[in-house]
Structure formats: structure tokens, C-alpha cells
Design a protein around this ligand. Structure first.
Ligand SMILES: [Zn+2]
Length: 346
């Protein structure tokens, strides 16, 4: 490779997307003590009770004795006589999640968004509004933020029933000027049919496109449940064969054991090309914000001992966060079109 070609290769690699996929565990990590008002986000056991649906579900005489939303919803979905209960459950779930508010201090969701750039994408399976609430406030610090994809819908996301536009629920369709209507929430059932709803289909297309060219993928608190085989199949198809992905890296932020994780994701990870972190701050996002793909290249292709000198830390206040991001963004703006960023190394 000529020096010019090598330089061009490095520039292209470092500008490839970083795709982050969020599951329920990410929201638990973001608000470990509850939201701004101490309210917990949980779709685990006991959720039906929190929604005040216990009696209604009992009266419907379901076969399942489980109190898990997934089991209950699967049965409701299969029975035609449960349409009313289903729509009531949907209403209550929207009400519950819509009331969740991001705490005032910098949250992991703020830092996550600020640690990525426009070339990157965050896909979330979560219904809660925290990611969008974070997006609204960090966009005052920089507009160079990742794209978002709502893979199961979201309580703060609306769309136009007649046009292919969607966005924050109180905005208007740019084509017809009508207010957006609440988008669909997709429930944990086996047959999800991601292609049925045009807005959700669009979101899936966005993540698949970005996955095809991704250099780095982070799975944050998403357990890849067996009931969501369609989601895994869609992502797998975009990612391709692990054998063609030996330059790329996979990263997990999760409190589950490494064995459990690699078991769920064996179709995606190349023998040793993955890292497991138990916290956001230990991940590439926390240690090398806005430089995740740059750091990956410098460490693995240039064999540098990269140092995390400009990182996010727990309990940083807004002034510190803003100061760090401004320094990084300034560097990004000043770099020439045919140049590339680098990480400080030992
Ligand atoms: Zn419209």
C-alpha cells in the first residue's frame, strides 16, 4: 500500500459507524435509583400490578399463571376476545412510561449521545422517553449527534399516518403539517412483523444500513430474548458472516456473565473480537467519547497503546461535560477533509 492509500484507508476506517443497541438494562443503569421523581422503570415481574391491571387480567381468565408482561401479552395477542384489554394495557403502559423524567444532572443517556457522532447510530428497544429527553438537552451542546432508531416504538415518538415522517410526539409532519400521532409500541411476542408499520420499518432499515458498514458495535443491556428471533435475524443478516468481520469489534455493557452474553451473540462475535464491561464508564464510549472508532483503529491497526485521557467519569457535572465535549468538537471541526483524528498514546 502506498503512503497515500494507507492514509486514505485510515481515514475511511475511522469514519465508519459505531452502532449502539440499547435494551432494558441500559435504562436500569441510567436510573438505578429511579427517575427524577424516584419512579422506577421496569417491565419485569410485578409490572402488571404497578399498572393496576392485575384484576382485569385475572377476570379475563388467562391460562398463564405468570405475572410477566411477555407471557401475558402473548396470550392476549392470540385471543380475539381480548382486544379491549389489550388496548387498555397499551394505554396504561403509555401513561406509565410517559411520566418517566430524566434526572437534572448529566445522565448516562446524555453521555452516551455525546460520546457518538453523526456517522453513528443508537438503536433502542426501550419504550421509555429517557433517550429522547437526553437528546433534547444535549443538542444544545452540539448538533453533531448520532441518529436514533426506535426498534419497538417509543412513548415519545409519533408519526404521520399518511407520510413517512416521524419524530418527537408534539411535532408536526413536514409534508402535511398535521400533528404526529402516537406511534405503535411493539410488544414482546414471537411474531412481531417489523415490516407492518411503515415508521418502525424505516427505523429497522436505518439500523440495518448502519450495521452493514459498522466498525464497532456496542450492545448495552440488551438480552437478545429468544422471543425476539426476528430482531436477531434482521441484525444478523445486516452484519453478515463473522468470518468477514475480523477487523470489527463487538462490545457488551452488561452485568451478566461473559458466558451468557457470548451464548446469546455467538452468531455475531469473532472468536476473541469482543470486550465485556460491567459499566458504561469502562466501555469505549465512556473512555474515548467521540473517538471510539478512532481509538479502535489506532489500537488494533497501528498497534498503539492508547490512553484514555479525555473520558467521561461518574458524577461529572454539566460544566465539566460541556467543557470536554467542546474541546473534542473543536478538534473535529478543525480537521481537514482528507485528514484523520488520532488518539494520544503512551
Ligand atoms: Zn403527513
Amino acid at each position: 500500500m502506498t503512503p497515500e492509500k494507507a492514509k486514505e484507508f485510515q481515514r475511511i476506517m475511522k469514519n465508519r459507524p459505531h452502532v449502539v443497541i440499547l435494551g432494558a438494562g441500559a435504562t436500569v443503569a441510567a436510573i438505578p435509583n429511579g427517575d427524577k421523581n424516584g419512579k422506577k422503570s421496569s417491565v419485569m415481574d410485578g409490572f402488571i400490578e404497578k399498572l393496576g391491571m392485575t384484576q382485569i387480567i385475572q377476570d379475563a381468565g388467562l391460562k398463564t399463571k405468570s405475572s410477566n408482561l411477555e407471557d401475558i401479552y402473548t396470550e392476549l395477542h392470540e385471543r380475539d376476545d381480548c382486544n379491549e384489554i389489550r388496548s387498555l394495557l397499551d394505554q396504561r403502559i403509555r401513561g406509565y412510561f410517559s411520566a418517566i423524567e430524566i434526572p437534572d444532572e448529566p445522565n448516562i443517556y446524555d453521555l452516551l449521545l455525546l460520546s457518538l457522532r453523526k456517522k453513528d447510530l443508537v438503536g433502542t428497544f426501550n419504550w421509555d422517553p429517557l433517550l429522547l429527553q437526553a437528546y433534547q438537552r444535549v443538542s444544545k451542546i452540539t448538533k453533531d449527534l448520532p441518529d436514533l432508531a426506535f426498534l419497538h416504538g417509543n412513548v415519545l415518538v409519533g408519526c404521520c399516518p399518511d407520510h413517512k415522517y416521524g419524530g418527537i410526539i408534539y411535532a408536526k409532519c413536514p409534508q402535511c403539517g398535521n400533528y404526529f400521532q402516537p406511534g405503535r409500541l411493539l410488544y414482546p411476542i414471537r411474531e412481531k412483523n417489523y415490516a407492518e408499520d411503515p415508521y418502525i420499518k424505516d427505523n429497522w432499515n436505518a439500523i440495518r444500513n448502519r450495521l452493514r458498514s459498522a466498525y464497532l458495535v456496542t450492545i448495552f443491556g440488551y438480552s437478545a430474548p429468544k422471543t425476539d428471533s426476528e430482531a436477531i435475524a434482521l441484525m444478523k443478516e445486516a452484519w453478515g458472516s463473522v468470518d468477514d468481520r475480523n477487523l470489527e469489534d463487538f462490545e457488551f455493557i452488561d452485568i451478566r456473565s461473559e458466558d451468557e452474553l457470548t451464548d446469546s451473540w455467538s452468531d455475531f462475535v469473532h472468536s476473541h473480537h469482543y470486550e465485556v464491561h460491567s459499566s458504561f464508564f469502562a466501555s469505549s464510549l465512556g473512555k474515548h467519547p467521540r473517538r471510539t472508532t478512532v481509538e479502535l483503529f489506532d489500537r488494533t491497526m497501528e498497534c498503539k497503546f492508547t490512553r484514555a485521557t479525555r473520558k467521561f467519569e461518574p458524577d461529572m457535572d454539566w460544566i465539566k461535560v460541556k467543557k470536554l465535549v467542546e474541546v473534542l468538537v473543536k478538534e473535529e471541526v478543525e480537521i481537514g477533509d482528507d485528514e484523520f483524528l488520532s488518539i494520544e498514546s503512551a
